[in-house]
Design a protein around this ligand. Structure first.
Ligand SMILES: Cc1cc2nc3c(=O)[nH]c(=O)nc-3n(C[C@H](O)[C@H](O)[C@H](O)COP(=O)(O)OP(=O)(O)OC[C@H]3O[C@@H](n4cnc5c(N)ncnc54)[C@H](O)[C@@H]3O)c2cc1C
Length: 416
């Protein structure tokens, strides 16, 4: 039996599948397109108030450090799968790794290279403190040497010889018995809904922006003037349940309610309103959470159609009040667009390389509605939100079941 498995995508689902397989004795290659693993959740915040609100973000750091130190997991960052041949039990996979000018296995994240970098803006970027691997990254589009200048300062300063500016891209051929696709999703681009003003008005943010702001700053300030917002609106279903993305993203109502509670917890005087079409409050304990939320947060069943910024910077939200049956308007300091989950634009490329199908929305398609891990190619499985919207617990569960299915199929290959 080929005891090697390829996992494509190092987000919640991919790291869970990798750990499941490695703990069962398989050798795992974890391929990640970006410079660090963790996926979307790596930039998310804990949404606890005086109590835990069970957002599950805290489940990820522990898994990341387990993956980073697991003796049977090899992490290949900045890497993509370019070709696959063979069949279940014996796939040959061609992987390309972008040039690793700073070797992540050697880098000790001391920052001396960044200190001496003379480029404006700096070509050497520091990793987030939780990044796995914890390594500085060189952006060749900013680096003076790549612009033809004779600069070697970072190379000369590095105390561990981690920098090699002449390093090229690396091609590797891997032989694996099974493949797990865990490439996740993209967040809907709120600029596509022009009348809501995202990208034009500084105080219109998205749910993803809020995740990053709370994760970095710990609290919320108005981007325009740094003051604490007193009147905040959330607009649900931005990019979900419309003509192009007719499904529910399943995570937005929950993150919006958790953020609403967190904002009220940090500033009890703030007024928070959630505009919704209908609320997705399924899940154990969430009905009670919603009932608790209603005590401090206002819910308006209505669809905001336009946001206008007045000269003082306040945001006038015009909305169709479904219950009142009329068009209303109200002014807020800050508006958060609860953007949903959409398929990655590059899913088609990977689908073509692997020979697997996409569904009508553009997510990877499962072979059967009762087995959402299996694809149309035997030995290739799906895990997480690349198959469709999922929250963290569901992505973890999907990653675990993908690892189990891969184990089963490899054991069957052995006994043939
Ligand atoms: C704004 C927002 C807030 C959210 N808040 C919460 C919350 O509070 N609680 C909760 O439970 N859920 C939340 N979610 C849902 C959560 O983000 C998902 O459940 C989770 O990210 C899914 O993990 P994943 O591994 O499937 O995908 P991802 O997190 O997208 O990870 C996929 C990984 O694959 C990599 N990749 C992509 N393509 C390739 C390729 N071709 N080759 C190699 N690597 C590739 C990516 O770089 C990425 O690292 C939220 C979602 C959004 C949009």
């Amino acid at each position: 039996m080929n005891k090697h498995v390829l996992v494509i995508g190092g987000g919640t689902a991919g790291i869970t599948a990798a750990l499941g397989l490695a703990d069962s004795g398989f050798r795992v290659y974890l391929i990640e397109k970006e410079a660090a693993i963790g996926g979307q959740v790596a930039s998310f915040c804990c949404k606890a108030t005086e109590v835990c609100t069970k957002c599950s973000v805290c489940l990820i750091p522990q898994k990341l450090s387990e993956v980073a130190t697991h003796p049977r997991i090899s992490i290949l960052t900045n890497s993509t799968v370019m070709g696959v041949a063979g069949e279940v039990g014996n796939f040959q996979v061609e992987v390309w790794q972008k040039p690793q000018y700073i070797d992540s296995e050697r880098c000790i994240a001391c920052g001396l290279c960044a200190e001496v970098c003379p480029a404006e803006p700096q070509a050497i970027c520091s990793p987030s403190p939780e990044a796995v691997p914890l390594s500085y990254i060189l952006d060749e589009s900013r680096c003076l040497r790549f612009k033809g200048e004779d600069c070697n300062l970072c190379y000369e300063k590095c105390p561990v010889n981690a920098i090699d500016l002449d390093r090229g891209a690396k091609r590797q051929e891997l032989s694996v018995g099974a493949i797990i696709v865990a490439t996740g999703f993209e967040v809907f681009d709120a600029r596509e809904v022009g009348p809501l003003g995202y990208g034009r008005y500084p105080n219109v943010l998205t749910g993803l922006d809020l995740e990053k702001i709370f994760s970095h700053e710990g609290s919320l300030r108005l981007p325009s003037n740094g003051k604490e917002p007193q009147k905040v609106a959330f607009i649900q279903c931005v990019g979900s349940r419309n003509e192009e993305h007719c499904y529910c993203s399943q995570v937005c109502c929950k993150y919006a309610m958790r953020f609403a509670q967190l904002i009220k917890y940090q500033n009890p005087d703030a007024e928070v309103t959630i505009f919704y079409i209908d609320l997705q409050n399924a899940g154990k304990g969430f009905v009670d959470f919603y009932e608790g939320c209603k005590e401090t947060v206002r819910f308006i069943r209505g669809v905001p159609v336009e946001i206008l910024e007045n000269p003082s910077g306040a945001l006038e939200v015009r909305f169709e009040n479904i219950v009142g049956g009329k068009i209303d308007r109200e002014t807020f300091n800050l508006v958060v667009l609860s953007v949903g989950i959409v398929p990655r634009k590059d899913s088609w490329d990977l689908a073509r390389v692997l020979g697997i199908n996409l569904d009508d929305h553009g997510f990877f398609d499962a072979r059967s509605p009762i087995d959402s891990n299996k694809t149309n190619v035997e030995g290739i499985f799906l895990a997480g939100a690349c198959h469709g919207p999922k929250d963290i617990p569901d992505s973890i569960a999907h990653g675990i079941s993908a690892a189990e299915k891969a184990t089963e199929v490899l054991q069957r290959c052995k006994s043939r």
